[in-house]
Design a protein around this ligand. Structure first.
Ligand code: HEC
Ligand code: HEC
Length: 373
């Protein structure tokens, strides 16, 4: 067993490594909560910033972080594994070995791909952020982008499991004390110590602070370019007074873009038996409201909810939104008694949790949960 010690990972390099680990997992966890989408996207920006740093650091950073110091030769990769199996207490390399070179390279680029598909999905599906302009023409691709975004995450997670197993094998089988290398910066290997220069430390620190600043801007500043929605509040009272007046008497106003055309026509045809109520609308009034609902139905909207609800309802002409699988799935984590609580009363009272629901806004950043009176 060798007793050499080499300083291989600079403080900034180690810091970036752990910041990347933390932000990646925080990003993963927040992805399960729709109301945390803004945080999820802001964390995604942080991860993206750290990955970009890795690329630039590989050009301007210290010796062992440089891409030019990586070993991508496939024959060395084979040799690396042969040696690993044959010689338990072999001498290891100070910088990236062929396996970790490939790992770092692939993780960086798949990570960047994952972040990019996330930003595009945020634009296409939610109409939010710098790619919100894509929503208009490409909203029907929302399922596709969601799938590849999720797929790339799970590829990354598999790679991380692989990476951690490799480190643990080094630690406990080869006894190279690999875990501590990313903590102290020292590796039990032969090589020359790195000597980070002032300029490198200055720009590295400046960049890291910049990533924190961009993250804070995205998360804390309302209506910022990374988060801003292309959808604005709709003043239904100004657009169609009768619709607003007649349809918000017993429950909150339901934006026309949440249901497809055929559902609205059916609902209006059955107005004398509307959930055991008779709406008693005169023909003129009813025709005018129907016309307005049809003109602004889900077919004419590029919103996520419009697309997903009408995709499910299709021609079945159903119109109880809270009965759709889409609705049930999104709200499955909400305990039943919350819908019966004084604050909500019943599940059709969307406005109890969706603050600007009656202005047509369903965005995650407008969800108040748990609901307040
Ligand atoms: C008790 C509170 C509550 C009520 C009432 C409620 N919601 Fe929600 N809704 C939520 C929460 C919380 C989420 C985020 C769920 C998650 O964790 O993913 C959500 C998410 C949604 C989403 C997805 C938002 C997005 O950005 O993709 C839609 C669409 C939605 N609700 C529609 C409705 C409609 C329509 C109604 C009324 C029929 C309604 N909700 C009633 C709490 C509520
Ligand atoms: C006389 C009272 C009354 C009026 C007026 C009324 N509704 Fe309703 N509506 C109900 C009831 C009751 C329900 C069942 C859910 C509930 O209890 O809130 C309901 C449910 C709905 C739902 C399904 C909500 C869900 O949970 O997905 C839609 C859509 C709807 N109404 C549309 C309209 C429209 C459009 C108008 C105006 C033309 C209208 N309603 C006027 C009483 C009314």
């Amino acid at each position: 067993m060798n007793n050499h010690k080499t300083y291989v990972w600079s403080f900034l390099g180690r810091l970036s490594h752990w910041l990347l680990v933390i932000s990646f997992f925080a990003c993963y966890i927040t992805s399960f909560y729709e109301e945390l989408l803004t945080l999820h996207v802001s964390l995604g920006i942080f991860v993206f910033g750290m990955l970009l740093k890795k690329i630039v650091w590989g050009i301007i950073g210290p010796k062992y972080a440089k891409w030019s110091d990586f070993n991508f030769s496939l024959s060395s990769l084979k040799l690396y594994f042969v040696k690993k199996i044959e010689d338990r207490y072999r001498e290891i390399e100070a910088g990236h070995n062929p396996a970790s070179s490939w790992f770092a390279f692939l993780v960086t680029w798949i990570g960047i791909f994952c972040c990019m598909t996330g930003f595009i999905l945020y634009g296409i599906q939610e109409g939010n952020g710098i790619f919100s302009f894509l929503n208009k023409n490409y909203y029907t691709y929302m399922y596709f982008y969601e799938d590849i975004h999720i797929l790339s995450v799970y590829i990354l997670i598999c790679m991380i499991v692989f990476h951690v197993s490799g480190v643990l094998i080094e630690q406990f089988y080869h006894k190279t004390n690999m875990v501590m290398a990313m903590v102290t910066g020292y590796k039990k290997a032969k090589g020359s110590d790195i000597q980070p220069r002032f300029k490198m430390i200055f720009w590295g620190s400046f960049y890291t602070l910049l990533v924190f600043a961009v993250f804070s801007y995205a998360y804390f500043i309302p209506e910022n370019i990374f988060i801003k929605s292309k959808f604005e509040k709709i003043d239904y009272k100004a657009l169609h007074k009768d619709f607003q007046f007649e349809c918000s008497d017993c429950h909150n106003l339901i934006p026309p873009h949440l249901l497809p055309k055929e559902s609205w026509i059916k609902l209006m045809n059955e107005q004398s038996d509307h959930y055991d109520e008779d709406l008693e609308l005169e023909k003129n009034l009813s025709d005018s409201i129907t016309k307005y609902l049809v003109e602004n139905s889900a077919e004419n909207s590029t919103r996520e909810a419009s697309y997903k609800i009408s995709d499910e309802i299709k021609n079945s002409k159903k119109f109880t939104i809270s009965d759709t699988l889409y609705w049930k799935d999104i709200h499955k984590n909400i305990p039943k008694d919350i819908f019966k609580s004084d604050e909500v009363e019943n599940k059709s009272n969307c406005v109890a949790c969706h603050k600007d629901f009656e202005e047509g806004i369903l965005s995650d950043s407008n969800i108040i949960y748990p609901p307040k009176k």
